[in-house]
Design a binder for this molecule. Structure first.
Ligand SMILES: Nc1ncnc2c1ncn2[C@@H]1O[C@H](COP(=O)(O)OP(=O)(O)O)[C@@H](O)[C@H]1O
Ligand SMILES: N[C@@H](CCOP(=O)(O)O)C(=O)O
Length: 368
């Protein structure tokens, strides 16, 4: 006898051109985390005195990069996030023996929000197994404590076409202004906790991320052209400059303001969207990390590629995101051909035609 939870979290495409660290789209490609909790056999949460080495978790994984991820619950991003959230509520391990099965269809390190989805899944997992009753807003706080840019996690948590910002918490207020990746952030939390005189962990400040779900025409699909190489988000962030010209910032602000409503029009205007998806803040500095990207951005447009609305780097890359209303396979073929033509035998790609899904992360509970 026990309880089962099935958590589904969508992939996301962040930035959508000019909305660096602001915009995200949730996509019909999922990370699924199933947790079977043995409530009958396990000891009562209050009675747990010994911290088990595996924190009461058996972890299994299948799907993308199945050989490459740690199954150590204290190293794996999903369970490590869950343990951090439980710890913030004074719970040192999973309250009951729990088998966690991960099925992941989101390619890792490709700019489709795999790490954001893992963080969101970890927060939902802790909420479920620890009966924490966290609100969606509080879950977002936890996600942002670990992934410092809100675009992926907000879209993965709430679904749809999402704009978000992070409150500028002061330096003593827990959200460090750093480019550390999720694993480094969790490690730092662990070290700060170990160093704290009372062994306490810092809680995320309240209400640190705000979001708005925007209209997106149901006619629009997302074509993801996914190169077969990984690009760590931290590496792609390290390529960005520390400051920008006023001209480039204004260029992006103008486009971003138009993009927020252009995608919601019932009949999307291809050239309006195409121009509104141009960017001068992150893509120009990431060109060298994605061979083929300069040609792809310079070549395809709504006139020479019917059905295309706009094209950009998905998240930090290397995936290319093309928004379109028709001719999805043809558009994908043209973009893939650019990767095929790259020096030294080309770059292998796969592609997926995805829906923009209105529903974000979910957790379904059942009794066994
Ligand atoms: N399902 C998962 N389970 C555990 N760790 C994951 C999972 N998905 C992603 N990660 C972690 O996140 C890293 C990729 O993050 P990142 O470089 O930000 O790329 P992405 O653009 O896919 O989010 C992986 O190398 C892995 O450490
Ligand atoms: N705004 C971030 C988005 C990273 O997305 P990911 O899917 O590549 O993790 C950035 O551009 O760095």
């Amino acid at each position: 006898m026990g309880t089962s939870f099935v958590i589904n979290v969508p992939a996301t495409s962040a930035n959508i051109g000019p909305g660096f660290d602001v915009m995200g789209l949730s996509l019909s490609l999922y990370l699924t985390v199933s947790a079977d909790v043995e409530t009958e056999q396990g000891s009562d949460m209050a009675a747990v005195t010994t911290i088990l080495p595996n924190r009461n978790i058996t972890l299994m994984y299948e799907g993308e990069n199945s050989g490459g991820l740690s199954l150590d619950p204290q190293a794996n991003l999903i369970t490590r996030t869950a343990l951090y959230v439980l710890d913030c509520s004074g719970i040192k391990q999973f309250p009951h023996p729990t088998t966690v099965r991960v099925k992941n269809s989101i390619p890792l390190g490709r700019g489709l929000g795999s790490s954001g989805a893992a963080v969101v899944a970890g927060v939902l997992l802790a909420n479920a197994v620890g009966s924490l009753r966290l609100t969606q807003q509080r879950m977002l706080d936890y996600c942002l404590m670990i992934e410092h840019h809100p675009d992926n996690v907000a879209a993965a948590l709430v679904g749809g076409f999402v704009a978000s910002y992070l409150i500028d918490v002061d330096r003593s207020g827990n959200i460090p202004a750093s480019e550390a990746d999720e694993a480094e952030v969790l490690q730092r939390e662990r070290e700060q906790k170990a160093a704290a005189a009372d062994g306490s962990i810092k809680l995320p400040p309240d209400n640190i991320g705000h979001f708005l779900q925007l209209e997106c025409s149901p006619k629009i699909k997302a074509i993801a052209i996914i190169p077969q190489f990984e690009l760590a988000t931290s590496k792609a962030r390290a390529a960005l400059p520390g400051s920008y010209t006023t001209r480039d910032v204004v260029f992006n602000l103008q486009r971003l303001a138009v993009l927020t409503t252009a995608l919601g029009r019932e009949t999307p205007d291809p050239w309006l969207i195409y121009r509104a998806m141009e960017d001068k803040v992150h893509q120009p500095y990431r060109m060298h990390l994605v061979p083929g990207l300069p040609e792809i951005l310079a070549t395809f447009n709504p006139d020479n590629t019917p059905g295309l609305l706009g094209i950009c780097l998905s998240g930090a890359g290397p995936t290319i995101l093309a928004l379109a209303v028709s001719n999805f396979d043809e558009i994908a073929s043209k973009i893939r051909a650019v990767f095929d033509r790259q020096p030294n035998g080309g770059i292998a790609t796969e592609y997926k035609v995805l829906d923009i899904v209105g529903e974000g992360a979910s957790c379904i509970e059942s009794l066994r």
